[in-house]
Ligand binder design. Structure first.
Ligand SMILES: C[S@@+](CC[C@H](N)C(=O)[O-])C[C@H]1O[C@@H](n2cnc3c(N)ncnc32)[C@H](O)[C@@H]1O
Length: 1005
């Protein structure tokens, strides 16, 4: 075994996960324990439809389907995963059981399944959604415990387009090799599509019927659907949830147009229903406003950092992101309202003009109007008085039911699954309808988008899928995910105590009009401002100075300081003012402004020099200077002619210059204080999608379990007499297509004449015949070394894997009845079934696992059936365990023989070709704890975490996590390890190795 250097400093103090310390779940059975201790009596739950609903959709089979029964199954825990434990294993060899978050129960309690409350772990479940939902309800008492359900069912009715055959293939097309051959998927497909849309509606309605039972009173469900079936699914939801609980149809963009012959479809839909609309939990989300876009139209002006206001230029409007810093965009918003009373109808004087609300009313009373004036929020344009609404004071707009920013694209949301939903879509649903710590359920896991989003936002999650490929993708996605660490409001409670969120002010006209702080600020500054203005006028009086007025009622006229005091002029407001005095709004702004950065002031003086130089062709020289002034001040002067002369001019008396400076300084301070007060007193909007982030911490997924439904096994098909209840059950268990499943299997075995072993060798079977012996369904003879061996065959179920229970029951029966060979023939195998015989090999009995080519199940779905090799035995992982000098161990994965369902052949794979392999360094025989995880077939698997942890974890560590050699580990109390290998089709094989036997691998196949 190659020895790798392990000299790295690994500091994981900054790696955390969220733990849901307050939440509880039931102790459902660990997969390795269940075969011995679980009561396997069949039980079902009956669900009834209310036939008296009005009006409703009809389809073939609906009238007959007035009720249905669902098996009450257990959910067996196969794996426990903790990313922190995996990272920790790279750092030190000691086992880290605490990181898996498992509650320890006494020996008695451990086998009293579903009787005890244990600590929460999120859940990834292999199994049909209906069975999973029913199990959660009946076995775990989870009625009313789920806050939100997200369902993204298969959209279309094409077999291929719904199911992804390989972990590493996303381009699923309608070709045979693109079809999944998982037995559960074939069943799910048949259940869903036998009668096309008719069976689809039955399938979906059954699942929807169970959904409200799971939901809390304030819960919500989202069903993702395309335009083809939107109307039909809405009818189903109306039926199940009630029309009155319909909340919204959300349209979200998923692709860009493809240039089809007719109108391109670029969106999908979400149907949102509440369990009870009057109680639904709802958190308003906001989008950032973008100038000119939805919610930010009509913004045409800017206020520059020095207080000057001007119109946006057309180029600024077209690319608002290039606006200089500190420039505030505002809109002249309507000040009038159609309703009001006497207190809101009065004349308003502003800058020498008078305004009335015409037939309407003002949006505020006289007191409020005065505060708006003091806050410089009134704006006169022609005959209209407007309110100055800054974009940054309401920077957000409420999210509506049209989502245009959700197409899957770009770096942020890499596509790992053929039918993957954009995370933004699911995140929004989670954020709108749940709080941290709430439980989210997705019965159509796919690549685990809902689980990933729930994990990201500190929600608890449960998700299921019938596909191993989907589950393998979701597991890897979650195991290798990296998130921000959000600030917890009550750290002791975990996410359930809530996050601290960013907020934004939501400044409204009303919030300013009612802000009494403004009165005090104005009362402090206004007398001083008026004093400064009076001093300015007095210092200029009698001087031959004329100022052209730009703003207000006197715009275009001239203030002439040499005019006599008696000379007056009326303003449009009726007010009569002196010709030789500036009014407050007429005082010219300083140029260059003292608040401009030094570089801008220097550029201004250079521009003036150029302007006054009388030189020709100054354009080229002026351009960069004009740009500098724009970039730093927001003043956009098109050319040298537009560069204003300095204010105050050189020839003003010092007293006037001083008064002008003071005047503007006081105005600036007053504006600043009022603006601060406005921000402080404005209502705040909580940004639920922006919890405060704790910098420097990396968060990984919290502990989760991988679970599966043990499918009913084929047991004693011919046993007589079968009681009435059992007969019904047995019929379903043996074959849900008519009772000849075993006969077919035996015929196929006869046709092949035996089973194939790796390397093309065949175990010839003669005299194959039906058997009636517990889980042994057939027997035969085989020749070996001149002798004859007695062979028993145990068939797995038609729509599921061979599980540990079957193996455990069949072995003693075979042994007691004198068989020398026992063959388990199935479409898939639970790793625990394989682990069982490796844990405790049986002397004198050779046990083999033979895969049955699933083509015999999917035959009619395929264009061609290729399975000439129907029963094929596959090998175990070839692992080498080596004890090191320091007493630690290392494991090397050298290869594995895996059955390929497409060719029916066993493929020998090198360790480096497997998709993933996991190591449980202290296998307890119950559940596989993933202590170390390696992705030789996917070099990018750890990439995100590697990038986030580059300061804490050396690159060699991650390099090793892509290799076939484990990190060193110390043996645990069970002195036994387990290695699990996952191929690209999601198949799993397990090898258990006892460390006490010196690491020698078992010779079982
Ligand atoms: C459209 S995909 C969901 C994709 C998912 N939203 C994502 O982002 O990856 C539908 C999934 O439902 C699964 N499925 C179909 N029938 C099912 C059933 N009866 N029970 C559980 N899962 C099922 C399919 O295997 C498939 O992965």
């Amino acid at each position: 075994m190659p020895r790798k250097s392990n000299k790295h400093k690994t500091d994981l103090n900054s790696v955390h996960d969220f733990r849901h310390t307050e939440a509880r779940r039931k102790n459902n059975p660990p997969a390795g324990f269940a075969p011995t201790f679980e009561d396997r009596k069949r039980q079902t739950t009956r669900y009834d439809y209310d036939p008296h609903l009005d009006p409703q959709l009809q389809w073939a089979g609906k009238a007959e389907h007035t009720s249905f029964e669902v098996d009450v199954v257990s959910l067996h825990i196969h794996e426990r995963i903790s990313t922190r434990a995996i990272l920790e294993a790279a750092k030190r060899p000691e086992p880290q059981p605490a990181l898996f978050g498992e509650t320890s129960l006494s020996a008695d309690q451990q086998i009293e399944f579903y009787k005890h409350e244990v600590g929460w772990a999120n859940r990834l479940i292999l199994g049909d959604s209906l069975l999973v939902m029913n199990s959660l309800l009946v076995k775990e008492g989870m009625a009313g415990k789920v806050q939100m359900i997200y369902i993204d069912p298969p959209y279309g009715i094409k077999y291929a387009s719904n199911f992804q055959p390989r972990i590493d293939r996303r381009d699923v097309k309608d070709k045979d090799e693109d079809l999944t051959h998982e037995p559960e998927q074939i069943k799910a497909y048949r259940d869903t599509w036998t009668l096309g849309i008719h069976s689809y509606l039955t399938y979906l309605r059954d699942r929807l019927l169970l959904a409200p039972e799971l939901l809390t009173e304030s819960g919500s469900i989202f069903v993702q659907i395309n335009d083809e079936n939107l109307h039909l699914v809405r009818c189903l939801l109306d039926e199940v949830f009630g029309r009155e609980n319909f909340v919204s149809v959300i349209s979200f963009v998923k692709t860009s147009g493809k240039g089809g012959a007719l109108l391109d479809v670029v969106n999908d839909f979400l149907l949102w229903y509440a369990k009870d609309k009057t109680q639904v939990k709802y958190r308003q989300l906001f989008l950032e406003k973008e100038l000119g876009e939805e919610g930010a139209k009509g913004y045409q002006h800017v206020q520059l950092p020095d207080g000057v206001r001007r119109r946006l230029t057309s180029s600024e409007f077209e690319s608002p992101t290039g606006l200089p810093e500190g420039v505030r965009v505002f809109k002249a918003d309507n000040m009038t309202s159609q309703s009001g009373g006497e207190s809101t109808r009065f004349p308003v004087e502003l800058e020498g003009s008078a305004f009335t609300p015409a037939k309407n009313y003002w949006k505020t009373n006289q007191e409020g109007m005065e505060r708006l004036r003091q806050a410089e929020r009134l704006f006169a344009a022609g005959n209209t008085l407007s309110y100055v609404r800054f974009l940054d004071e309401i920077p957000t707009r409420p999210l509506t039911n049209i989502w245009t920013d959700t197409s899957i694209a770009g770096y942020g949301d890499p596509k790992v699954y053929a039918v993957q939903t954009n995370t933004k879509v699911v995140e929004r649903c989670i954020l709108m309808t749940t709080d941290p710590g709430d439980l989210v359920f997705d019965p159509t896991c796919g690549s685990g988008t809902t689980a990933w989003c729930a994990e990201k936002w500190g929600r608890r999650w449960i998700t299921c899928d019938t596909s191993r490929v989907a589950l393998a993708i979701a597991r890897q996605r979650l195991m290798t995910a990296k998130f921000d660490y959000y600030e917890l409001r009550e750290p002791g409670r975990g996410p359930a105590g809530g996050f601290n969120y960013e907020t934004v002010p939501h400044v409204t006209l009303e919030s300013i009009a009612k802000n009494t702080e403004i009165d005090a600020i104005a009362a402090r500054y206004q007398p001083q401002i008026e004093q400064a203005l009076a001093e300015l006028n007095a210092a200029l009086k009698g001087k031959p100075i004329r100022i052209r007025i730009a703003e207000g009622g006197r715009a275009g006229q001239v203030v002439d300081f040499s005019a006599p005091d008696t000379e007056t002029v009326p303003l449009p407001s009726g007010q009569v003012v002196k010709v030789n005095e500036l009014l407050e709004w007429e005082v010219p702004q300083e140029v260059p402004h003292p608040a401009w950065p030094k570089e801008a002031r220097q550029a201004y003086w250079c521009l003036l020099e150029l302007k006054w130089s009388g030189k020709l062709d100054t354009e080229k020289e002026a351009e960069p200077l004009l740009e500098t002034v724009y970039r730093l001040t927001g003043h956009r002067w098109e050319n040298l002619d537009k560069v204003p002369d300095p204010i105050p001019p050189e020839d003003w008396p010092d007293a006037a210059k001083d008064a002008l400076r003071r005047f503007w300084e006081l105005k600036r301070k007053k504006r600043q204080e009022i603006d601060e007060s406005i921000q402080r007193n404005a209502p705040q909007e909580v940004l639920y999608d922006r919890p405060k982030i704790v910098r420097g911490l990396v968060r990984v997924s919290g502990p989760f379990t991988v679970e599966a439904i043990p499918v009913p096994v084929v047991e004693d098909p011919t046993q007589e007499p079968i009681p009435q209840f059992e007969a019904e059950g047995a019929q379903i268990r043996v074959n849900d297509r008519g009772g000849d499943y075993l006969t077919t299997m035996i015929a196929l075995l006869k046709q092949q004449g035996g089973v194939l072993f790796p390397g093309g060798k065949k175990l010839e079977l003669t005299n194959i015949r039906l058997l009636n012996l517990g889980y042994l369904h057939a027997e035969a003879e085989a020749k070996q070394d001149g002798g004859v061996l007695r062979v028993a065959i145990s068939f797995g179920p038609q729509h599921g894997p061979v599980i540990a229970h079957q193996v455990q029951e069949a072995i003693p029966t075979a042994k007691m009845n004198g068989y020398q060979v026992l063959i388990f023939a199935g479409f898939a195998f639970d790793p625990e079934a394989q682990a069982l015989i490796q844990k405790a090999p049986v002397a004198g009995l050779h046990v083999h696992f033979a895969n049955i080519a699933p083509d015999v199940l999917v035959g009619d779905l395929l264009k061609t059936t290729r399975a000439s090799q129907i029963f094929t035995v596959f090998g175990q992982p070839d692992v080498r365990v080596e004890e090191q000098k320091d007493g630690t161990y290392r494991v090397e994965l050298r290869g594995v023989d895996i059955y390929d369902p497409l060719t029916g052949e066993v493929q020998s794979m090198q360790g480096k070709d497997v998709a993933a392999w996991f190591l449980d360094t202290d296998y307890d025989g119950k559940t596989f704890h993933i202590c170390q995880a390696f992705f030789p077939g996917d070099p990018d698997a750890w990439e995100k975490l590697q990038r986030a942890l580059k300061a804490q974890i050396a690159p060699e560590v991650f390099e090793q996590m892509r290799s076939t050699v484990s990190f060193p580990f110390k043996p645990g109390k069970h002195q036994r390890i387990a290695v699990k290998v996952i191929d690209f089709r999601g198949n799993e094989v397990v090898r258990v190795v006892n460390l006490q036997t010196g690491g020698t691998p078992y010779a079982h196949s």
